[in-house]
Design a protein around this ligand. Structure first.
Ligand code: PMT
Length: 404
């Protein structure tokens, strides 16, 4: 998506400026061309030479540099760019942009442009919490800038808290979002992902092979398309995408509680999680010892989360998944009707490149309008977008609330 895109990276003076080198590489690796503007204080943290070498383009540091007349550089960069990324964005530059101040090349260029712009704040936790900084961030978001939340963790000032520059893959995701049509703006999307774990004792549990990749791809795609996303995830080994809310659960019962709490606010609910249908009736408090002989495990049914949502009167658009090993479409269709879903995504564990763990899936989308759309093998990220496309068209055919 970033192939051949022209990105102006604005670097301002915070310790995270050193990460701009890695960010420049990541943009270029994704196929973008990068030109860098640095504020004077940014040049104290990282040299223009580093950025020039990595971007293979001149680096702009001042209004009155030799080479280009000052009154043209900001216009030329504003026209050249497809998008602007300010990373790290200090409280100072955030305040200047929000107040309409243009007193150096970066802020002058920003004032002279109307391209999609991503702000990646990074600063000390107290500076970030400052009410004026918060108000300025809200102002920028309200004016159409895409404003990332800072990461939480160890800061250069030896405290732990919010204020870190968001991780580079997260910035890439948000940059892609700048080029993504915002057709889910105003939607609240609830996604479940990953497996559940049903404990037998403190060291053992019953689970399945779900990695969370399909659900995370859906959460990321919906977020990039402008939705407010709540992701409810079972235990996974991969980092969740940066969305509005991430809730981690372990068992099917915990997932049931979290989903039932959140689902009434959602306009779209997508259940990609592989929920265990059964759990051990009792989870032993201590490790089960093998010298006591082979224990019988009594299983009891877990709540059927999607069926419980389906039974609600005013549910949003309800999308389930069906993981089958035989009679894929017939079983999926039955499941969709029995559990009152609007749509179901069928995937067959037996197909090479489909289902658990891999980066690809082969899906067939079935809906209550009687449509069946079989898709070829594609990345889970692409599949996620195709599912969202289908949800859009389903909603359009069913009216704004998508009600039957
Ligand atoms: O996570 P990955 O490694 O990327 O793998 C993706 C996936 C294979 C897990 C995903 O594509 C998928 O198929 N998820 C659903 C798997 C599944 O549990 O299918 P099912 O046919 O057993 O369940 C049908 C639907 O009911 C699902 O939407 C499921 O979330 C839901 N369900 C199931 C049981 C239960 N107790 N409560 C539920 O809500």
């Amino acid at each position: 998506m970033l192939k051949n895109k022209k990105i102006v990276l604005g670097i301002t003076g915070g310790i995270a400026a050193y990460k701009a080198a890695e960010l420049t590489r990541a943009f270029i690796k994704a196929g973008a061309e990068v030109k860098v503007i640095m504020t004077q204080s940014a040049t104290e943290f990282i040299t223009p030479l580093t950025l020039r070498t990595l971007s293979k383009n001149p680096v702009y540091t001042g209004m009155f540099e030799s080479g280009e007349p000052y009154d043209m550089a900001h216009i030329a960069l504003a026209e050249w760019a497809d998008a602007f990324v300010i990373a790290p964005a200090t409280g100072n530059v955030i305040g200047k942009i929000a107040s309409g101040i243009a007193d150096d090349l970066l802020t002058t260029t920003l004032m002279a442009q109307n391209k999609p712009t991503l702000i990646c704040p990074a600063m000390n936790d107290k500076m970030l919490a400052n009410p004026f900084v918060q108000e300025n961030l809200r102002k920028l978001a309200g004016a159409g800038y895409r404003v990332m939340q800072s990461g939480v963790g160890e800061l250069a000032c030896n405290v732990t808290g919010p204020g870190r520059l968001p991780e580079i893959p997260e910035i890439l995701d948000e940059l892609e979002a700048l080029f993504t049509v915002q057709d889910f703006a105003g939607q609240k999307v609830l996604v479940t992902a990953g497996p559940t774990q049903e404990p037998l004792d403190p060291v053992r549990y019953i689970t399945n092979h779900s990695s969370g990749k399909m659900g995370y791809a859906l959460a990321k795609a919906a977020h990039q398309r402008g939705a407010k996303v709540t992701l409810i995830s079972g235990p996974t080994k991969i980092a969740p995408p940066k969305v509005e809310t991430v809730i981690f659960v372990r068992t099917a019962q915990e997932m049931h509680r979290a989903v039932m709490d959140a689902c009434s606010k959602a306009s779209v609910i997508i259940k990609a999680a592989a929920v265990a249908d059964y759990r051990p009736r009792v989870a032993a408090g201590e490790k089960i010892k093998k010298d006591r002989g082979l224990p019988g495990i009594e299983l009891v049914r877990n709540p059927d989360i999607i069926a419980d949502i389906g039974a609600k009167k005013n549910k949003g658009i309800l999308v389930g998944f069906a993981m089958e090993t035989q009679d894929l479409l017939a079983n999926a269709r039955q499941k969709m009707i029995r559990k009152n879903m609007d749509m179901i995504i069928a995937n067959n564990l037996r197909d090479e490149g489909a289902g658990f763990e891999g980066d690809t899936n082969i899906i067939t989308i079935l809906d209550r309008l009687g449509r069946t759309v079989a898709l070829d093998k594609m990345t889970k990220q692409e599949a996620a977008h195709r599912i969202l496309d289908h949800i859009r068209s389903f909603k359009a055919k069913k009216g704004p609330a998508g009600k039957k």
